[in-house]
Design a binder for this molecule. Structure first.
Ligand SMILES: Nc1nc2c(ncn2[C@@H]2O[C@H](COP(=O)(O)OP(=O)(O)OP(=O)(O)O)[C@@H](O)[C@H]2O)c(=O)[nH]1
Ligand SMILES: [Mg+2]
Length: 311
């Protein structure tokens, strides 16, 4: 969008317009990225049934006439000994420190385990002073009467939070309540981002993430967690975009597994990625994929730095 129309939008907004950042925090797999995509209305963050899907801090921006909510999706907070895992957790805590509002999410279909309790206690221990909202996600999967004890348990752990909101990110239930509650906690100020922006990621970064999503969906055991994607070429042409992507694996054994018999698995990963990217970019995508072995890249600070995963 041009500078002129951006100015127009900022000029048009009322004095009551609110804008600020909202960190989405929680254990892996609770639905942080799903929730952000739901509010923003576009798949700006990849989602898979596997934990540790998100590795970066990713912005998802929602703008209407009244507000601009800048959601900060974060990697799930977990224990891990590899440098990559430690960096991911650091990214999440750094995002919490910088945000105006903290949204702490949990999956109500899972036990309120020690990891989740500790995480809640850590955010409620007074070291961070921003208002906190607890989101109890995946209510579409539990019986109504199972929710009350869970709400009481979170309230007991963090009685000073502003709100406790049960919702379903996939079904879209109670999203309005979250948007309303968050808005009231943000400062009155004009929008920071162009109203047409959904995310801070470049098309190149989105392409890398979309490839990684398909690797996560296609592969099992440790392979997805030891895979990264590097975009080596991204060219806009008259027909659409041409992308050259390298899938990095941390181990020789993983390369043939990822390629599959007769290259079948790579073909499948390539096709599903291409379809997703064509929908996202609204144009034809020509995607070329390679697999490269780079032993233990996930424990190499220099390599993590090159991949933008330095935390
Ligand atoms: N039934 C149900 N499933 C959900 C809901 N929200 C998310 N999921 C599923 O939960 C899984 C994890 O979702 P993500 O959004 O990737 O979770 P995350 O918290 O971002 O996970 P990490 O990035 O690994 O930290 C996916 O299979 C989602 O489809 C929900 O409201 N209901
Ligand atoms: Mg995620």
């Amino acid at each position: 969008m041009s500078d002129e129309s951006e100015e127009n939008f900022s000029d048009r907004v009322s004095e009551e317009f609110r804008c600020g950042t909202v960190a989405l925090l929680g254990r892996p797999n609770v639905g942080k990225s799903t929730l952000m995509n739901r509010v923003v209305g576009t798949k700006v963050a990849i989602v898979t049934p596997k934990p540790q899907t998100t590795r970066h801090r990713i912005l998802g921006i929602y703008t209407d006439e009244m507000r601009q909510l800048v959601f900060v999706d974060t990697p799930g907070i977990h224990k891990g000994t590899k440098q990559l895992n430690r960096n991911m957790v650091r990214i999440a805590y750094a995002a919490a420190q910088e945000a105006d509002v903290l949204v702490i999410m949990q999956d109500v279909t899972k036990e309120l385990d020690t990891g989740t309790r500790k995480l809640i206690e850590r955010f409620a221990d007074g070291s961070l002073t921003q208002p906190r909202i607890h989101v109890l996600n995946k209510i579409d999967k539990i019986r109504h009467d199972a929710l009350l004890p869970r709400l009481q348990a979170v309230q007991a752990l963090d009685p000073d939070a502003v709100a406790y909101i049960p919702l379903s990110a996939t079904k879209g239930t109670q999203i309005d309540a979250l948007v309303k509650t968050v808005t009231e906690l943000l400062p009155q100020m004009p929008p920071v981002y162009d109203p047409d922006w959904f995310t801070d990621q470049s098309q190149r970064q989105l392409a890398a993430e979309y490839v990684r999503e398909q690797v996560f969906l296609a592969m099992h055991e440790e392979i997805p967690f030891q895979t990264a994607v590097d975009i080596e070429g991204f060219h806009e042409t008259a027909k659409g975009v041409e992308i050259e992507a390298v899938i990095l694996v941390g181990n020789d054994r993983h390369k043939p597994m990822l390629i599959g018999k007769g290259g079948e698995r790579m073909k499948m990963i390539g096709t599903s990625t291409r379809l997703g990217l064509e929908e996202l970019f609204g144009c034809k995508v020509n995607l070329k994929l390679w697999v490269k072995v780079q032993t233990d890249w996930f424990d190499s600070p220099a390599r993590l730095n090159e991949l933008g995963l330095n935390g």
